[in-house]
Write a protein that binds this ligand. Structure first.
Ligand code: GRF
Length: 195
C-alpha cells in the first residue's frame, strides 16, 4: 500500500466527528492517517480524546493574533510542520480566510448538519423543524470561500418525526455524520494518494 495521506482535523468542541475519523483511521488499510488535531479553543473536549489516542494536538487561540490573516498563517505553519496533505473540519467554528481556503482547495472537507444546499450556517435542526420538512440530514463537502457551499461528496438522510425536538433530530443526524464522514475522508484520501 502507498503511504497514507497525512490528515489534520480542525475542531472547536466535543469532537465526536473527530473521534469517528480517528476510529476509522485505526484500520491498517484506511487511506488516511490522522496526524494532527488543531483546535481554536484550548478547552475543546475533543483535544483530550485526541491526546488519549496519541495524536499530536495544538490549540491556536485567535485572541492572540492581530486578525484573521495572522491566525490563518499560524494554522498554515502548524499544518506545514506536520506535513499535512488533507484537512478535515469537524465542528470547527471559525471562518477561515479566502487565501487559506483557496490554498487547500480540493484538500479540505467539512461536515455540515443539513442536506446542503438547504440550511447553510447555524441552527440547522431548529430551522428544519420550523419549516416542518419531512427529511433532514448531513453533508460532507469540499470547503470553498463561500460558507457551506463547496462541491458535495456525500449526504445522508434521516426522517423528521412529528413532535421531534431539535435535540432528538440532532442526535439522529449525528449518527449519520459519524457514518459518512469516514467514508468521505477515505474517498478523498484515495483520490489524493492515487493522484
Ligand atoms: C456537528 O453537528 C457537525 O456537523 C457540525 O458541528 C457539529 C460538531 O460536533 N459542523 P462534534 O464536535 O463533531 O461532536
Amino acid at each position: 500500500m502507498s503511504a497514507r495521506v497525512r490528515t489534520a482535523i480542525l475542531i472547536s468542541g466535543r469532537g465526536s466527528n473527530m473521534a469517528a475519523l480517528i476510529e476509522a483511521a485505526r484500520a491498517p488499510d484506511f487511506p488516511a492517517e490522522i496526524a494532527l488535531v488543531v483546535s481554536d479553543r484550548h478547552e475543546a473536549g475533543g483535544l483530550a480524546i485526541a491526546k488519549r489516542a496519541r495524536i499530536a494536538t495544538a490549540a491556536i487561540d485567535p485572541k492572540i493574533y492581530a486578525g484573521r490573516d495572522e491566525f490563518d498563517a499560524s494554522m498554515q505553519a502548524m499544518l506545514d510542520i506536520h506535513r499535512i496533505e488533507l484537512v478535515c473540519l469537524a465542528g470547527f467554528m471559525r471562518i477561515l480566510g479566502g487565501p487559506f481556503v483557496n490554498r487547500w482547495r480540493g484538500r479540505m472537507i467539512n461536515i455540515h448538519p443539513s442536506l446542503l444546499p438547504a440550511y447553510r450556517g447555524l441552527h440547522t435542526h431548529e430551522r428544519a423543524l420550523a419549516d416542518r420538512v419531512k427529511e433532514h440530514g448531513c453533508t460532507v463537502h469540499f470547503v470553498e470561500p463561500e460558507l457551506d457551499a463547496g462541491p458535495i461528496l456525500l449526504q445522508a438522510r434521516v426522517p423528521v418525526f412529528e413532535g421531534d425536538s431539535a435535540e432528538a433530530l440532532a442526535a439522529r443526524v449525528l449518527v449519520e455524520e459519524h457514518r459518512i464522514y469516514p467514508q468521505a475522508l477515505a474517498e478523498v484520501a484515495t483520490r489524493i494518494a492515487t493522484g
